[in-house]
Design a protein around this ligand. Structure first.
Ligand SMILES: [Mg+2]
Length: 307
């Protein structure tokens, strides 16, 4: 069903996605604090606030700020925004720190991104972790979500797997937000994952694992982690398919989606950010199954430059 999505509606969807992403990031990162146990969250006991967000949220805020101000992604401007806003204590990986420092000191982003990892470019999960709000923004077009996700990824991730991861997450977030607009209460998980797989470079390992995620629907979490990963290697390959399985499985239940990420372990702030961004764009905040208001209140406020 073709429809017109007005700018205010795009922004509202993208902001809900960002709320889900940032709360997932901030709550997920709490489980790197010694003594925090997934069992507590499962029992409904939340860590004491404030929950500080990390690099996932900082970069996602730059993506949303760019869309809100200009209606599209300009890679040069986005690269500079990533580089100048990066706060060193937000948990950026060493590869990202190097690329952002090069950009900040005048190296063109295509050169900086290509120089990473001995010239192979980064296949890390960092391009996927920040992209869900862009997917929600393009709820009217998975094709547009995919092409703009690529543009957003290439600024830091030159490796085909890093780019494929971002495209996959953006398309999932686009579909999740669209199904909300269409009043679909429980979109079909198989169809969602199959559509994502169809939008991703068929030669990529990310593609192969997203296809694998379809056959794992309904299977126990530990089996899914064993087959798809949980982000422990911080690559797109071992992060993205797992997060899409979680999002497709729990698309109408944000707290359950985040609990699954925490229980799975691995790169929990990033898996919960990706999953939270996809699911939050579908559920909204303060709604039944949505991002709980008290979780939003416990999260450190978003950066003031976003307003
Ligand atoms: Mg992080």
């Amino acid at each position: 069903m073709p429809f017109t999505l007005f700018p205010d509606a795009r922004l509202a969807l993208a902001r809900d996605s960002l709320a889900g992403l940032s709360v997932g990031d901030a709550l997920g990162s709490q489980f790197f604090v010694p003594g925090r146990r997934p069992a507590d969250l499962a029992a409904g006991r939340l860590p004491p606030p404030p929950w500080q967000w990390t690099d996932d949220t900082e970069m996602a805020c730059s993506v949303l700020a760019e869309l809100a101000a200009h209606g599209d992604i300009d890679p040069d401007r986005l690269a500079l925004a990533f580089a100048t806003r990066a706060e060193p204590y937000r948990g950026y990986g060493p590869g990202a720190v190097t690329i952002l420092r090069l950009i900040r000191t005048g190296t063109p982003w295509p050169v900086a991104a290509a120089s990473a990892f001995d010239g192979q470019g980064s296949c890390g999960n960092g391009a996927a972790m920040r992209i869900a709000p862009l997917g929600a923004w393009y709820a009217d077009s998975t094709a547009r979500a995919a092409t703009r996700a690529r543009a957003c990824a290439e600024v830091t991730h030159a490796h085909p797997e890093g780019i494929a991861g971002a495209v996959a997450v953006a398309v999932a977030a686009s579909l999740a937000a669209r199904s909300r607009l269409e009043g679909e209460h429980s979109p079909d998980a198989t169809r969602l994952l199959a559509t994502v797989a169809g939008a991703v470079d068929p030669t990529a390992e990310v593609h192969r694992r997203v296809r694998g995620a379809i056959s794992l629907l309904g299977r126990p979490l530990d089996e899914v982690v064993a087959a798809l990963g949980n982000g422990a290697r911080v690559t797109a390959q071992d992060t993205v398919a797992f997060t899409l399985w979680v999002a497709a499985t729990h698309l109408t239940d944000y707290p359950a989606a985040i609990r699954a990420c925490v229980e799975a372990g691995g790169d929990v702030d990033t898996t919960a950010a990706i999953v939270g961004g996809i699911v939050g764009g579908h559920t909204g905040t303060g709604t039944p199954g949505g991002v709980p208001d008290d979780w939003v209140a416990a999260r450190e406020p978003l950066p003031s430059w976003l307003d």
